[in-house]
Design a protein around this ligand. Structure first.
Ligand code: MN
Length: 195
């Protein structure tokens, strides 16, 4: 039995063009995301097999599992965060929360863009919600699983690994980030606060 499954995209492979081309999206979902799912399942089985054989479980397996499961979960969220008819600005409670937390939507967008374009190495820009303080904040996630806030909920992520944009934008990461704002699914982001 597999613990992890590659989710189908909520849109067709060619639906996000021109911001993300069909070739880029197909490769990203069916090869990169799929590999994290396959690795997570293989690692999970390896841990279970070692335990079943009364052998020591190599602690490196847990580290690798964290990387691959986080990669799988972040990609699953990333697809939900996108919509061919998306973009623009959020409304309602999300808009209010962004204004309360960042002063304005423009400030939020500027700060998130800065985080996304300055990640060291591979990683993600993420918008978090802290339920205790009812505030939003931004942080880079390095690789898939470094920089972690135990009680905060991730609402929105942008994959800025090179594999996410290189076919379309080559070294021009800032152009990819600008295009991302045109396809953000704000209702899906807002729905995560309510969950
Ligand atoms: Mn990716």
């Amino acid at each position: 039995m597999s613990d992890f499954t590659l989710p189908a995209l909520p849109f067709a492979y060619d639906a996000l063009a021109p911001q993300i081309s069909e070739e880029q999206l197909r490769l990203h979902h069916s090869k990169h995301h799929a590999a994290y799912v396959a690795n997570a399942n293989a690692l999970s089985e390896k841990i279970a097999a070692a335990r079943a054989a009364n052998a020591d479980v190599d602690p490196k397996l847990w580290r690798a599992l964290s990387f691959n499961v986080a990669g799988h979960k972040l990609h699953s969220l990333f697809w939900e965060n996108l919509d061919p008819k998306g973009g623009g600005e959020p409304s309602g409670a999300l808009k209010n929360l962004l204004e309360k937390s960042f002063g304005s939507f423009a400030n939020f967008q500027k700060e998130f863009t800065a985080v996304a374009t300055t990640i060291e190495g591979s990683g993600w820009a993420a918008l978090f919600y802290c339920p205790k303080h009812e505030r939003l904040f931004i942080a880079p996630i390095e690789n898939h699983n470094k920089i972690y806030f135990p009680e905060a909920k991730i609402l929105l992520v942008l994959d800025v690994w090179e594999h996410a944009f290189y076919l379309d934008y080559k070294n021009e990461k800032a152009k990819f980030v600008a295009a991302f704002w045109e396809i953000v699914n704000w209702p899906a982001v807002a729905a995560r606060i309510a969950q």
